[in-house]
Each structure stands twice: as C-alpha cells, then as structure tokens.
Design a protein around this ligand. Structure first.
Ligand code: DON
Length: 593
C-alpha cells in the first residue's frame, strides 16, 4: 500500500510538472543523469530486487526513472520525445506518436534521426495484433558484389564515406506505411511538429554541438557546410538551427505522402545532386523501393514473450538464440561476477557465430530462422559451454559440420512501438543533399565487402550478406517488445551501437527478467559484449571487479575494457503507469503524461 502511495505521489509530482520545465530547450541536454539521480520520493515496484554494482562503476544503483501514468516516449532527443508525448495527449496512439517522434528526430537529431536512412519497427497493439515493419535500405541497382574492393584487393572506405556509401533510403516509405496501417491521425498532423522545428529552428545543446564539431571535417566535404558549419565554424551550443530545405521536403511529404520523396521534383533534385558527386542511386531505385511487413519473431524467455525483428535484421534471431541458450540454466550466476560474464558472453559468442555466417536478406538467401530460434538447437549449443572460454575458431555455425537511434513508446491503451533507425555512422555517408536538406546513410558498409574482412564494427561476415542489387544489408537493430507471462505489455527496448545493439538490448531485458532489477538499474548496470570475432570478451570499464577479471583470464578469456556498450532507450509498464529510462551513457530524454 505504502509503495503504491509513494508511486502515486511521484506520478503527480513528476507528471503534472509543466513539460517545458522537465526538458530544457536543447535537443539533448535533458536526460542524462536527471532521470537517474537519487529521487527520495521514488520507490521501485515491489517485485524489483536492489542491484549491486562493482566498486568504481560509473553509475550508482537505486536511481529513479521518468514516470508517467498514461503514456511515455523515450528517445535520444528530449524535444522529439515531447513531440510524441504531445501527439498522444491530443488523442493519438503509440504509432502516431512513434511516427511523429521519428520525423522530429530527423530534424533535431540529424546525426542519426533521418529521412535518408532506414529502420525497423515492432508494433504490439493492445487488441493483440503484432507487426514488424522492415524499412531497411537496399543496395542500388548499380551496386556490385566487389564495389568496395580496390585494385590492390583491399577493401576501400567508399562503403563508409561519400556518395557511393548509401543504400536506397527507406525511412519515409516505412513511416508513412506504418502510420497508414496502425495510426489514427493524418500524416500532416503527425508531421506538423517536425516541420515547425525545421522551419522555426531549435536551440542546439552541448551534446549536439560536440557531435557536429567532431564530424565537421566530414560534413564540410560533402555539402553540409552552410547549415552545420556556417562560415567555417561548427554550430555551437545555444545557436538556433533552422533547416528550410528540410522543412520544404517534409511539407511536401506531409501533403503528398511518401511519393513526394521517391518521385517528382524533390527526388529528381536530390538524386541529381548525388549523381554529380558520383553517387549511384537513381530514380528507378526510388521507384522500386518498398518497405516490407514481416511476422515478428515470437519467442519465450522464462515465461515472458518477446516480439522482435526478423531478418533483414539479425537482432531478433541473435537475441532469441542467446536467450534460448541461457534459459536452460535455472538461474544465472550473480550479476557482475566471472560466472555471469562467462555464461552471458559464451551465449552471445555462439549466437554471433551463426549470425555472422548465416544471416542475410531472406529475399536473397535461405535464412534458417526456425532452426536458429529453436530451443533444442539452443540446448545443443548450451552443452558446448564448459567451465572455460571456447575459442571462436572452434565453434561452427549451424549447417556446417555512428549512427543509430532507438525510441520506445507506449500509450494509455497499452499499444506499444519499438523503432530503431539509422544512418549507420554519425551523419551517415556525410553526404548532405542541400536541395532536400538531409544526410544520406552509409549503410552499404553493413554488407560483407569481402568475406573474412571486418567492417567498421569489426564484424567478420560471410557470403549470405554479400552485396547484390536490390538486396537489404544485414542489420543488428533490435527493436523489442516483451510481454509478461499473462500477455500484458512489460517492456519496450532497443539500442544503438552496431552489433552492440543486440547485446545491450538483451542485457537490459535480462537484468529486468533474471535479476529483477528496476528499469533504472537495468539500464545503468555494467554491460559486456561478445560478437564471436574478434574473439574477445569486451566489458565496460570498471564493469567487473579485478578479481572477476583475473578469473576470466584464468578461464582462457581475452578480456578488453572500454567505453559504453550500446545506448538503450526503454520503458517498462509498472503498477499505475509506465517508467521510461534513457541510457545514462547518453543524453536522451523521456516525456509523457
Ligand atoms: O544496422 C546496423 O546494424 C548498423 N547500421 C547500426 C549502426 C549503429 O548502430 C551505429 N551506432 N552506433
């Protein structure tokens, strides 16, 4: 009773505060620590267990989430989260809010929010309908298998920077398609806030100013100087960024739908501009582009149901395979110890061996989804985990002998949407199409440029993900919705960080389900990562004790320590409402009411 009262008190103090007071003016200044600062009023839901983190770890347990009684949006930009929240306050559902937030991210978070990239959306409607929308980019018709192999046989950097790095963008087609099927509001209504932000401008915060400064040398090389580095000076915190060309493009899309982006004068202008730079995306590529409705991967973990993204993302398969392996252990070893790192790392390692070799666009290769997500297959893999590290070289795939942004949203009816979208690297290929006001992705780098040669994330991938015209490049994006054992919405989560998307999202889910952490603790807990190759167990700096590290090394692991693994944005349904938590490693924000 006491806890419920405390929760209600928090709801009223947090939620009735004016939205403007909760989120400062900049795009990304709000979230960081605020949501996780000790909040004397906050009492975690009664079924949560207090977390303990190693001494020296950068975050303390026991933080408070953002709490909303009716609806919540968690994204990498507080302004965009507020846009989605307002849409729901005006009666829109979670899909209306997701689409509005995504278009707003394209304006206020241009490093990753986009209309020049692609993404994946998982939808759970309270009436029981579930859906997955794949609006991943595809390779242009002129793409060839070896287009990134130089005359010397080495892989070039053209898959990452410049006019040849881009796949045909899917975002506009995807967002409009999702809205048409599951939304309740008009396209122009959900796009109005984004158009306003592009037209009237918004105030740059310190996080965005830092990112623009770090990438200024790329941006000025490909057309973005005037907007982002005016007079040779990268935008500074406090500057107002107006994007009139983007506003014009968005207005046309709001009026005419996605064809304004894929056909007609806007499309002709931006493909023409790209061609002048040496790009290969044509009007025919745009004419052919289609998002694809897919059946979400539906798996179970300890009685809960996971709805995740099937290929062309590897996220759902790899997460399911990992969790199936771990489910066979009655309980997991204490959080943060060597046993935890060994089991969780070994499960990821095995799932990534299959991912890297077997997964690709199902329209081009046979992907053994059923086998890989099967619990008996996971049991066979589990049996190969002993008491020591297993070298990746001894593991066989089945059948053989900067930048991304995730948002989670839920509405008062219990509809929920998980969306991850990306340009791949920050600002994509760095090519800014001034006529239409957007950056193009560098998603071509997610293909296997050459089997056996690592891509920008060090992923060593195989033939299944080789380049072919019209093919979707394999992704790691893992928008995920978890339903509790009674089938009610429990969690919405996803992340950024290339292959670390899969491991970070999975660990937040495990922290909630296995370790029964509060959502804030689940998000601030240390993370690890194993992607099979390189054969290294990567752990966040100070994420385990030196003693645990000694044990891991004695077990044969090569451990490496580094910065943040993933950037998760998640929400959890709790008694009386929702908790929303943005990753304390980043600068996002939650909004709701
Ligand atoms: O689709 C993928 O898996 C990658 N293009 C995601 C890239 C990413 O997360 C970059 N952010 N750090």
């Amino acid at each position: 009773m006491l806890r419920t009262l405390a929760f209600a008190a928090l709801v009223s103090t947090v939620v009735t505060a004016p939205v403007a007071a909760q989120t400062p003016r900049g795009a990304t200044d709000a979230g960081t620590a605020r949501g996780l600062q000790k909040n004397q009023d906050y009492v975690a839901p009664p079924d949560r267990v207090p977390a303990h983190f190693p001494a020296g770890w950068r975050f303390t347990p026991g933080g408070a989430p953002f709490v909303a009684r009716h609806a919540v949006v968690v994204s990498d930009a507080p302004i965009a989260s507020r846009v989605g929240s307002e849409i729901m306050r005006r009666g829109g559902n979670a899909v209306d809010a997701a689409v509005a937030t995504e278009f707003a991210l394209a304006v206020v978070y241009p490093e990753a929010g986009n209309i020049g990239g692609g993404g994946f959306m998982v939808i759970h409607m309270a009436d029981g309908r579930n859906a997955a929308l794949d609006y991943r980019e595809v390779a242009p018709l002129a793409a060839t298998r070896d287009m990134y192999v130089g005359p010397d046989g080495k892989v070039t950097d053209e898959s990452l920077f410049g006019p040849k790095a881009s796949g045909v963008p899917g975002s506009v087609a995807g967002l409009t398609t999702a809205l048409a099927r599951y939304g309740t509001m008009s396209l122009s209504a959900v796009m109005q806030p984004a158009i306003r932000l592009a037209e009237r401008g918004f105030v740059i915060d310190s996080a965005m100013a830092r990112t623009v400064a770090a990438y200024a040398h790329h941006i000025v090389a490909f057309g973005g100087a005037e907007i982002f580095v005016p007079g040779g000076q990268p935008l500074r915190a406090g500057d107002t960024l107006k994007q009139p060309a983007l506003a014009k493009t968005l207005r046309a899309i709001a009026r005419q739908g996605s064809k304004a982006f894929y056909q007609g004068p806007i499309a002709e202008a931006w493909t023409g501009e790209l061609a002048k730079e040496g790009g290969i995306i044509t009007m025919e590529d745009l004419r052919r582009y289609r998002p694809i409705w897919r059946t979400p991967i539906r798996s179970t973990y300890r009685g809960n149901t996971l709805l995740t993204m099937p290929p062309a993302s590897s996220g759902g398969v790899t997460m399911t395979e990992t969790l199936n392996i771990l489910e066979g252990f009655d309980s997991l070893p204490p959080f943060g110890g060597a046993g935890w790192a060994h089991l969780v790392g070994s499960a990821f390692q095995r799932a990534f061996v299959d991912r890297n070799a077997k997964l690709g666009d199902p329209a081009f290769v046979d992907v053994p989804i059923k086998e890989l997500t099967n619990k008996q297959y996971a049991a066979r893999l589990r049996a190969t985990i002993g008491t020591r590290a297993t070298p990746t070289s001894s593991l066989k795939a089945i059948g053989e002998g900067t930048q991304t942004t995730h948002m989670s949203v839920a509405d008062a009816r219990g509809n929920a949407v998980a969306v991850t979208t990306t340009l791949n690297e920050l600002f994509g290929s760095s090519v800014y199409l001034a006529s239409a006001g957007f950056f193009l992705n560098d998603e071509m780098d997610d293909f296997t440029s050459r089997p056996g040669v690592p891509n920008m994330f060090g992923l060593v991938q195989g033939e299944a993900n080789a380049i072919a015209p019209g093919k979707r490049m394999l992704s790691a994006m893992s928008p995920t919705i978890v339903l509790d054992p009674r089938g009610r919405l429990l969690l919405v989560a996803g992340s950024r960080g290339g292959p670390r998307i899969i491991t970070s999202t999975t660990q937040v889910i495990m922290n909630v389900l296995d370790y029964r952490m509060s959502l804030a603790d689940a998000m601030s807990a240390p993370r690890l990562h194993h992607q099979a190759l390189p054969d290294t167990l990567r752990i966040e700096e100070h994420g385990i004790t030196p003693t645990a590290n000694d044990s891991l090394q004695a077990m044969g692991y090569q451990t490496s320590f580094g910065g943040g693994i993933g950037l998760v944005n998640a929400l959890m349904r709790v008694r009386g409402g929702y908790e929303g938590v943005t990753d304390p490693r980043g600068s996002g924000g939650a909004a709701g009411f």
